[in-house]
Design a protein around this ligand. Sequence first.
Ligand SMILES: Cc1ncc(COP(=O)(O)O)c(C=O)c1O
Length: 354
Amino acid sequence: MIKYNFSPGPAKLNNSVLEIVNKNIIEYQEEGISILEISHRSDSFEKILETTKKNLIELLKIPSNYQILFLQGGATFQNTFLGNNINQKKSTSNLITGTWGQKTYEDFIQIRDSKKILLENNQILEFLNQPLPDDIQNTDYMHITSNETIEGIQINNFNKIENDLIIDSSSDIGSYIFDWDNVAYLYAGAQKNLGIPGVTISVVRDDFIEKNDNPTYLNLYKLINKDSLLNTPPTFAIYVLNLVTDWMLTMGGINYFERQSIEYSSDVYALLERYDDYVTLPVENSLRSRMNIVFNFNNEKNEQAFIKESLDHGIIGIKGHRSVGGVRISLYNSIDRPSLDYLLGFMNSFFQKL
Ligand SMILES: Cc1ncc(COP(=O)(O)O)c(C=O)c1O
């Protein structure tokens, strides 16, 4: 049975990417060995590394005063990594708009002091539309999560925040254009919009990189200086990232995927609003994520039936996170229009039966 994968990540990959992977798992570009066997010190891998960085620079319009680093340990490792690499003399704040930002804050404060800014749905807009409160204005860096994957809350106009930012963009990287001016450090696990688990991309502004005495894998300065090759990097995950970024550029780059995500998410939200007798959308209009659409049924029985019937129809990955319940539809870049139309068709007929 064909499956329609709307999972929150690891997520769907485009078929053309899977076909290339498939071929190169058996033999990488007629080199006589698999991509899985390739040495990270080989010329072939160095080329993969270089072109992956080039693709990211082109896609995300990364300015020349930023470095790209590939690490393991997921976005979760970044909490410890960042906590240890921000000079203790520098001050930080954590803007918490959902689960992942909260987890970052909890890890940060085991390592350093950080100011907590915990905001509910309606307070987020107010926060974004006003000058920063006095006690926050002077912090050196503010950590934000641009897209809270579990709650479906997205802040993609973070350029308005008058502070240098550290951004967890794990679940919306590569889906809109932004200005790098107030971004000191941006990171994202690849497994949603850009590939598979195993590699986390960090984009680091030069002035953020400071020498310190941290042990090897906690040492941003050393890792940057060794160009992600201080130890064995996740070669296969970087290779898939290379293919996905190639595919994204061929499709038309970020502009294409920004348009796509606006179009897809608008279609799903519009359908849900038509059936607002049956469902509730918990997120304020202008904070609604284009990547993870979260909603709740007003009646538990309908929710269970919806999840069960979606599975019967081959639609997978849409049960809300166990911590918040409800339904979550993830619309990452690799979702194609026929899959979305299939989902919309299913949802429409489900609601019409109610
Ligand atoms: C926004 C965000 N941050 C962090 C994480 C944690 O990522 P990882 O499992 O790669 O550590 C996730 C996982 O879904 C996420 O969505």
